[in-house]
Design a protein around this ligand. Structure first.
Ligand code: NVA
Length: 321
């Protein structure tokens, strides 16, 4: 498939920075494109021919690094990994200079950073598209892959309308839950967040997501009570402490506070959920039991694979413009 053909078929996105900057049509197109590329990768194996992507990682990564690298290769492009030897963005040289220099050589920038301000700075100063590969506030590549997975399981697999699917996130409100919350609200998917007191989402993000939910007609629920989980179709969890926030002196208190929020077989039974999701890496025995993570209800590896197809949909969309 040529770039010219793709140009007319895809929504004109300039960057992929934050879920709350996307509209429903753009997200739906990305989900559909991811599934199309997954079903016929050969049709796209030259889409990025001659194109290069610079990938900045300030934090560790397995799935994001590998799925971008392999995904770009599958599109016929070239990926360059810039790891932590370059230090935090903005320390050795300004974020703006990083962005301007990389724009001289590459066709897109993928960045995993500590602070969202670095993503915004890159996007402001780069003349090429920027993709957020995780920051302190968002993880949009993960949420997109998760909605691809929900689409496969419930829409393609069971013939359910995506807007009828009920998704709950149980645990620490973080970059992953924020991105899921926004995508759910924009897509019209009911979303319940069950977080311990003091570990819910930032009020301004919640307000913004509520405004999207009001527009799409979906329900957004925040509770600190595990009994408030209600009936769900899918339950999602993530580590109780995110990368960069680790503090050994607080570990015991976190484990105690979060213990009732562990996602396990009993919780799946009580809620009636048929699948469990986790962005990984999982702290088995903490936020999720090993038995559930390894069970038939777990779609964690399907979602991990979908990271690549979802990101390829983003790359194809951005670089075809
Ligand atoms: N919330 C986790 C996601 C890891 C993919 C973190 O930021 O560490």
């Amino acid at each position: 498939m040529s770039l010219t053909q793709l140009k007319t078929e895809n929504t004109r996105l300039e960057n992929f920075l934050a879920d709350d900057q996307l509209n429903k049509a753009q997200i739906v197109e990305l989900i559909d494109l991811a599934i199309t590329i997954k079903s016929n990768p050969k049709a796209y194996n030259q889409t990025l021919a001659g194109k290069t992507v610079a990938m900045i990682f300030e934090k560790p990564s397995l799935r994001t690094h590998v799925s971008f690298d392999m995904g770009i290769a599958r599109l016929g492009g070239h990926a360059l990994y810039l790891g932590q030897q370059n230090g935090k963005l903005g320390e050795r040289e300004r974020v703006s200079d990083y962005a301007k220099n990389l724009s001289c050589y590459a066709d897109a920038i993928v960045a995993r950073v500590f602070n969202n301000s670095s993503i915004e700075g890159l996007a402001e100063h780069a003349s090429i598209p920027v993709i957020n590969a995780l920051c302190d506030i968002y993880h949009p590549c993960q949420a997109l892959a998760d909605f691809v997975t929900l689409q496969e399981y419930f829409v393609i697999g069971k013939g359910t309308d995506l807007s009828k699917v009920k998704l709950a996130y149980v645990g620490d409100a973080n970059n992953v839950s924020n991105s899921l919350m926004f995508m759910a609200a924009i897509l019209g998917v009911d979303f319940t967040l069950v977080c311990p007191q003091g570990h819910g989402p930032d009020t301004s993000l919640l307000k913004k997501a509520q405004a999207s939910a009001d527009m799409s007609g979906s329900k957004l629920v925040l509770t600190s009570s595990v009994d408030g989980l209600g009936q769900q179709d899918a339950i999602y969890t993530d580590t109780w402490v995110s990368m960069g926030d680790e503090d050994a002196s607080k570990k015991a208190a976190i484990l105690e506070k979060f213990a009732p929020y562990q996602v396990n077989h009993q919780m799946m039974k009580n809620s009636g959920a048929s699948i469990v999701m986790h962005c990984q890496p999982a702290h088995l025995g903490e936020e999720i039991t090993t038995e559930l993570f390894d069970s038939e209800m777990s779609v964690v590896f399907q979602a991990a694979e979908n990271r690549m197809w979802a990101q390829n949909a983003v790359l194809v969309t951005l670089l075809a413009n």
